[in-house]
Design a protein around this ligand. Sequence first.
Ligand SMILES: [Zn+2]
Length: 97
Amino acid sequence: MSLYRRAANHAWRMVAVLALAVLLVVVVDRIYGHSTIAFAAAILLLIIANTPMLRFNCTRCGKNVFFRGVFVVLWPNRICTRCGEDIDDQLPKNVGG
Ligand SMILES: [Zn+2]
């Protein structure tokens, strides 16, 4: 599986965790009333769930595939923004010519 595919899978996992975090806040809000603790827990959950993101780096230059310049986005780059490496295809291209 290519780096892009794994990074995209991680992005989908984050969507699921985000839905879970929103659900947590809404449920706590309905049962106990407005709670900043539930909100903080949801944020913490998102940060912890997102830590594997830091491992998805370009195989050629090491740039993180979730970064667009200085901005972090939810979806990974298919082409590296720094060196132009095709992240969806880790096999070397134009081998022998
Ligand atoms: Zn690169």
